[in-house]
Design a protein around this ligand. Structure first.
Ligand code: SF4
Length: 381
């Protein structure tokens, strides 16, 4: 028997925590992907969901403010399997009023009946991986779907009644021009999503794209073009009603992802499923990464015990990702000390370099600071 509940020390706040459920299955691997995901047959999926539900049942009466079924590609699971996961969460945990409940999906892995079933189960937000609306580029990065299937997927979600739909896009792809990127962005905005995430491609070791890069065949846009794509994105989305609220995230006002915002606010969360990570105040742990260990109920591994100083650094590192930054009052309330006392040198330096600003109670990055975010974050590591 697993011991998730033994890892949760102390009372869980009445304001609730986040729950992340990992579905590690995909139709096939994309050429850039180093996530914990792989193809799996129906029997294997069922066995996995059984193990997942056994874990969920340990979270008796845990108050949840956000729920997120991510992957992988959760939408390849049948309606019955997603239904089993949702029913188990509902009958075990205490889902708070106004809780946000997201599922990730990929085009060409769901139809109207499946999307309707998600709504019927209480899921109110969908995040769809689109990446590009250019068939040549989709093929280049090994996506399983076409641009037309992505369009159809979005219409299907709308038809199923979803009004909170986020789409993921990728810039800096091999052979992608500025016009390729802007044409994808323009079309995606024209669909009317409530939220868009735009990520720059990172060529991760061990992926097919990495091997191509090693051989010099990748033909990525140069750094200047890639930066220009990002700057144009921030400008274009602001002009079209989706202002930036985090380095890679843009939303209609009030439609920001509550689940991801919790990560940046360092609110506790529990991750269930293969390789899923959890954070409870001063402790971070991870589920087994190997399927046989997960299925036999091996206990998660504690990865980090965080000192108060570690936690303060994380609050800064994560909070400064958001345009609204970190509240001085909230910091003081949480740690009993001012952030200006703890990080006087770092904050002063960043201000001098015009990377950081303060207004009212908040400390946040300037446009330049967000552009050079990695340099900023290094100061808190
Ligand atoms: S769909 Fe997502 S998780 Fe699956 S292989 Fe592609 S990038 Fe990875």
């Amino acid at each position: 028997m697993k011991t998730i509940n033994k890892l949760i020390m102390g009372p869980i706040p009445e304001t609730g925590i986040g729950l992340y459920v990992h579905i590690p299955f995909c139709v096939r691997k994309c050429a850039y992907c180093d996530f914990l995901s792989f193809p799996c047959d129906a029997q294997g999926q069922e066995t996995y969901v059984d193990a997942l539900c056994r874990e969920i049942r340990q979270l008796e009466q845990v108050p949840l403010r956000t729920l997120y079924i991510g992957g992988g590609t959760p939408s390849i699971l049948s309606e019955a399997l997603i239904g089993r996961i949702c029913d188990t969460i509902r009958s075990t945990c205490r889902i708070l009023p106004e809780a946000e409940w997201t599922i990730e999906c990929n085009p060409a892995t769901f139809d109207l009946a499946k999307a309707r079933s998600w709504r019927a189960m209480g899921i109110d937000r969908v995040s769809m991986g689109v990446q590009s609306l250019n068939d040549r580029l989709l093929k280049r990065i090994g996506r399983i779907h076409s641009a037309e299937e992505a369009r159809k997927g979005f219409r299907t979600l709308q038809e199923a009644g979803f009004t909170n739909i986020s789409i993921d896009l990728m810039m800096g792809l091999p052979e992608q021009s500025m016009e390729d990127w802007m044409s994808t962005l323009r079309e995606a905005v024209s669909w009317g999503p409530s939220h868009i995430s735009c990520y720059s491609l990172i060529v991760e070791e061990g992926t097919p794209l990495y091997e191509e890069d090693e051989k010099g065949f990748l033909n990525l846009p140069d750094e200047e073009t890639e930066r220009a794509m990002y700057h144009e994105t921030v400008k274009y989305l602001k002009e079209h009603g989706l202002p930036q609220y985090e380095i890679s995230n843009f939303a209609k006002p009030g439609m920001e992802s509550r689940h991801n915002t919790s990560y940046w606010e360092r609110i506790s969360y529990i991750g269930l499923g293969l390789g899923a990570a959890s954070l409870m105040d001063e402790k971070r742990w991870r589920e087994p990464m190997e399927m046989h260990k997960y299925l036999t109920g091996e206990t998660p591994t504690i990865e980090e015990e965080l000192t108060l100083e570690d936690q303060m650094k994380e609050i800064m590192l994560l909070g400064l990702r958001m345009n609204r930054g970190v509240s001085e009052y909230a910091f003081q309330k949480r740690f009993g000390v001012s952030m200006w006392d703890v990080f006087s040198k770092e904050l002063a330096e960043l201000q001098t370099c015009c990377l950081l600003e303060t207004r009212d109670d908040r400390v946040f990055l300037t446009f330049k600071g967000r552009d050079l975010a990695n340099q900023v974050f290094m100061r808190f590591v």
